[in-house]
Design a protein around this ligand. Structure first.
Ligand code: DON
Length: 306
């Protein structure tokens, strides 16, 4: 497969969609990103990387971090020996990523680890397991991406904390059901920090390689059992793009995780990991040009999981 040629064609297809949608502004620091950015990268399972456009420009990972926090929790507490799946479900929510409505009827157990409520539970667990959830994620991402310069963006973390009433409400509500192990201020702080990490398409495609390598890290050591990597990919497919996950599976047919920074990672198990970035979002919080690009990638290559 000539990845570079495929990416050029995908980028040309996606160009008309760039600037469509809206750059996220509910976290004011995110609004400063130029809407005309577009980048895409592919990392194959051997670590070869290809990219087009703004593929080396760092952006705010936001909810893409939720795939990595889940992997870190699962990696530290193998199957059946952790209670994470008693505290968070594995069903699509069908509601917006920051919705409160299901939590009361479902006793403070979030539908899945990729909506904000579920990610707060996972971050809480990672905090218990590591003593410093956000720093352990940053170190993991530096190692897996091979980029020692990865860092938090303090302005984004502060901006999110200043406008973080919704996430604080989700966390307090779950705490009232006994579904947090750590104090709410500490959980939301680590969650905001993990979301603020800045990475490029290149960094994310490489760092997500373990999801395509059935759980093996870049250095060949094992983060996850193959069945655990499969489970994360399955939950990405069904829940990774929120209330648009059905449409995304229909169009793209790959496990994927999006973020309101405009990035989306997607996994082709056994082959490669992709990351695409363009800041304009649709009403559900997914990058418009990013989704168009991944749609075209699977059309050109025939590489969906179906
Ligand atoms: O908690 C939030 O609202 C953001 N830090 C992350 C949300 C997000 O990326 C959802 N994405 N589509």
């Amino acid at each position: 497969m000539d990845y570079q040629a495929v990416l050029e064609e995908v980028a040309a297809h996606a160009r008309p969609f760039v600037r469509q949608g809206r750059v996220a502004d509910y976290i004011p620091a995110l609004e400063r990103v130029p809407a005309d950015r577009f980048g895409i990268a592919v990392a194959d399972i051997h670590g070869e990387v290809y990219g087009v456009g703004d593929w080396e420009v760092p952006f705010s990972v936001q909810s893409i971090s939720k795939a990595f926090s889940l992997a870190l929790v699962m990696g530290q507490s193998h199957d059946g020996h952790d209670d994470i799946w008693r505290r968070v479900g594995r069903e699509p929510s069908g509601t917006p990523f920051n919705s409160l409505v299901q939590l009361e009827a479902e006793d403070g157990i979030p539908r899945n680890p990729f909506i904000n409520a579920g990610a707060l539970v996972v971050t809480d667990r990672l905090q218990t397991l590591t003593g410093d959830a956000s720093t352990s994620m940053l170190h993991f991402l530096r190692e897996e991406s091979g980029n020692p310069d990865l860092a938090f963006d303090q302005a984004v973390a502060d901006s999110e904390a200043e406008h973080g009433d919704r996430n604080a409400a989700l966390a307090h509500f779950m705490a009232s059901f006994g579904n947090l192990e750590n104090p709410v201020p500490s959980v939301i702080e680590h969650y905001f920090w993990q979301c603020s990490i800045e990475m490029s398409c290149r960094d994310l495609a490489v760092a997500g390689g373990f999801l395509a390598r059935h759980g093996l890290r870049a250095d060949g050591s094992r983060l996850l059992e193959a069945r655990e990597a499969k489970r994360i990919n399955a939950v990405m497919l069904t829940c990774g793009t929120y209330d648009a996950a059905g449409e995304f599976a229909y169009r793209v047919g790959l496990p994927a995780k999006s973020g309101v920074g405009g990035g989306i990672i997607a996994v082709i198990p056994g082959r490669c990991t992709l990351c695409v970035w363009s800041p304009g979002l649709d009403a559900r919080g997914n990058s418009v040009a990013g989704a168009a690009a991944l749609d075209h990638f699977t059309t050109l290559t025939g590489w969906s999981v179906f």
